[in-house]
Design a protein around this ligand. Structure first.
Ligand code: AR6
Length: 166
């Protein structure tokens, strides 16, 4: 089973096999964590992304990490929250599971995730934390997944969800 770790920090500094990018369906960069990853990886990341021809919501595609300490970037567009009746929960789960599948295919043993969809995509944080932890902890592979929270509100939501499970 995959192991879930929680830390506060900046995902672009993580020395792991792969970091996950909360991308958009164009895969051409944006704000938030996506912008930070593109800036830290350098312009070759956008060149590599361009060749992928976008990615549907909930799916995941891989590039190298270029100037990042991580070897790979796994790009997944999470769902935009539209009130919860547009399959948002399933699509968010798919983003985590498909990212983990890409990690395994590329022989990654350590993967760092941002909190997908809980920034500008507005997915309710507590619900997203449950979905992320469930998806990672029920994924059948020997890998360590670290949730890297950029702000203390996000960190607390994941910490509370972990505490409730004990
Ligand atoms: N390390 C870790 N987490 C970060 C970092 C960082 N360096 N920077 C921000 N976060 P968001 P979304 C956190 O908005 O909601 C982009 O424009 C942030 O605090 O980046 O999935 C894409 O191109 C929040 O907790 O992603 C898409 O258009 C989390 O990352 C859209 O935003 C996710 O926030 C995707 O929206």
């Amino acid at each position: 089973m995959a192991t879930f770790n929680l830390i506060k920090g900046d995902i672009t500094t993580m020395h792991v096999d792969a970091i996950v990018n909360a991308a958009n369906t164009s895969l051409r960069g944006g704000g938030g964590v996506d912008g930070a990853i593109h800036r830290a990886a350098g312009p070759k990341l956008d060149e590599a992304c361009r060749k992928l021809n976008g990615c549907p919501t909930g799916e995941a595609k891989v590039t190298l990490g270029f100037n990042l300490p991580a070897k790979y970037v796994i790009h997944t567009p999470g769902p935009v929250w539209h009130g919860g009746h547009n399959n948002e929960s399933q699509l968010l789960k798919n983003s985590y599971v498909n990212s983990l599948k890409r990690a395994v295919e590329n022989h990654c043993q350590t993967v760092a995730f941002p909190s997908i969809s809980t920034g500008v995509y507005d997915f309710p944080l507590n619900q997203a934390a449950k979905i992320a932890i469930d998806a990672i902890e029920s994924f059948n592979a020997e890998l360590v997944a670290t949730m890297v929270c950029f702000d203390s509100g996000t960190y607390s939501a994941y910490e509370n969800e972990l505490t409730e499970r004990k």
